[in-house]
Write a protein that binds this ligand. Sequence first.
Ligand SMILES: [Fe+2]
Ligand SMILES: [Fe+2]
Length: 366
Amino acid sequence: MSQQLAGIVKGLHHITLVTSNQEVNRRFYTEVLGLRRVKYTVNQDDVLHRHLFYADEKGTTGSAITFFEWPDLPKGLIGLGSPHHLAYSVSNIDAIPKWKAWLISQGVSVNGPFARDGRVSLYLRDPDGVNIEITHPNTDGEISQDYLKGQDKNPPTVNEITHDMRLVKFNHATPVSYDSHQTALFFDKLLGLKNPFTKQNPDQPETAITAIGNDDQPDFLRYIVSDQASRGIVGKGNVHHIAMAVESDEEQQKIERRLNDLGIHNSGVIDRFWFHSLYFRDPDGNLLEIATKGPGYTRDESLEKLGTSLILPPWEEPQRSEIERVLKETDSKNPVTWPPKYPRVVSPPESIVVPKKQITEEAAPA
Ligand SMILES: [Fe+2]
Ligand SMILES: [Fe+2]
């Protein structure tokens, strides 16, 4: 185990996805999910396309879901290299039936809640088809499925997102892997992260859930694992990358050295102005990032003004008029449909497409 790096990764920093339309995306994440846009900027690797950040009121590390707007990209496909879903925590279990009532009132397709696997979870999809889970621990199983069914018969009336419903922070992200042992070894050797369990996936018994995490959050990554998993494609409605947090530049540099020592191809540290980033891939091709907690989203905007206008890192300011011109042109070809037609939630929610096991001659009855 990578002893010297154990404890260095502080859970998730942000998760970045792909959206087809920034205005539909903004309305969904702010009006329907109650997050705040904390940065409205462009993709620093592709400056003529937007990068949108939504988080809690303060932009707390671990609460930010971010999107690249790429209207011309094809729809993505979940699989190896293209993660399955992300989950937000809520601070009390009664928020889950409230979320269900609220989302249904907004026309969003939902599935659940389910009491399983030590948690109660509700599933939904955003307008682009992103799979989102809202979850709360149910460690001792005090909430039963029968209790949840009873609640379904008498749903609460919810006219707005109340304080107790707020999406607090990410609980986990779920990429797809081919091999649980390889995944566990990778995170252990590289980052000193632990694999507290690999167990049968309750939603799809022929697949497994492999947890990766630290002492505080033992399963902030919950891989769905199957040796039958096929390659995914990152596109609209999919996760682009998953970023994990470190406290400081020094800690990030330790990880960079470790990547280089292990011969793992990486981007080197890149200055993203609001944080510093280091990118690499896991053995299944999922794009991962190590991001520093600072300097933070308030580096160039006051807390009150976060996300209210197009903001560029200083080195992109000379291109502002060209960027604004192209974004306007993009919008003119990309009409806004609101409310959107929401995609239906897949069932069971935490399952992947796995080809049916072939019955071989040896397995066939004599
Ligand atoms: Fe999940
Ligand atoms: Fe990122």
